[in-house]
Design a protein around this ligand. Sequence first.
Ligand code: AMP
Ligand code: ZN
Ligand code: FE
Ligand code: FE
Length: 292
Amino acid sequence: MNAVANADMNAEPRIDLHTHSRASDGTEPPAALVAEAVRTRLDVVAITDHDTFAGWAEARSAAAETDLELVTGVEISCFTPESGYRISLHMLGYWPDPENAPLQDALAELRVSREIRAEQMLRKISDAGYDVSWDELAADAAGGVVGRPHVARALVRAGLIPDVSSAFTPEWIGGRGARFYVDKLELPAAEAVSLVRGAGGVPVCAHPRAVKRGPTVSDETIRRLTRAGLAGVEVDHPDHDAPARAGLRVLAGELGLIPTGSSDWHGTNKPTPMGAELTTPEAFARLREQAA
Ligand code: AMP
Ligand code: ZN
Ligand code: FE
Ligand code: FE
């Protein structure tokens, strides 16, 4: 085990493989993400911003001053067909080569689409008579990848809702069919698996059973993605209930997928503290073995 920053040497290493910084829709800069990982006594933390590597350099410099092991990762916006419908799926990729052109190009397209769609959502909201400004949203995003949490924060600033979570409802931007929701570009999930593998990275399906986000990813889809090269599946996630976790653990065992656990920390945009869910050292070792 190479990173044992815990004061208690007998304690199992604490590994959280899913966090967001201001490089996407988290509230804290990458250096503060690293500081939070140290504060919560993690030994390993992965930075997995949506559709970008932009937070890596700052996180890496910050981590170099500590005993923390930083895993460079990304969370890619994908979709999958599910009983005749198109549903969103998030694909985590660990240790991809940031210079890999196909992956870079795909992420660049996703980012552009996110910006256009945030503007479209804001326009729908202002057309409905609410006072929200694109300039303020852009300033809040500060050059980072724009997501619905930024739109949610604009609604909070305008006094229209009390907190970010309140935007994720049918009255606002809570997914397909919600009053002001607009789709963004997403990659076919199997393509994201190939892109991550092609860049030497390790693909893990994020929160497939997050019920509150809408329809969930089926066993059959996870099986199909495993044939495409999927390495692991997020089992312990704040949005997974106990039966979901139990089912995924069995499926992972059957398919030889690596079961992970992580907080999906977003700073103050979400209530879950960093380190609230953890990946076992065994699972982390298996992931690492698959990195090219
Ligand atoms: P987007 O990828 O732009 O469609 O936005 C999805 C993001 O919104 C997720 O990655 C979460 O960070 C955030 N999100 C989803 N549901 C909620 C919620 N109920 N409360 C707060 N943030 C949420
Ligand atoms: Zn997010
Ligand atoms: Fe996600
Ligand atoms: Fe996430």
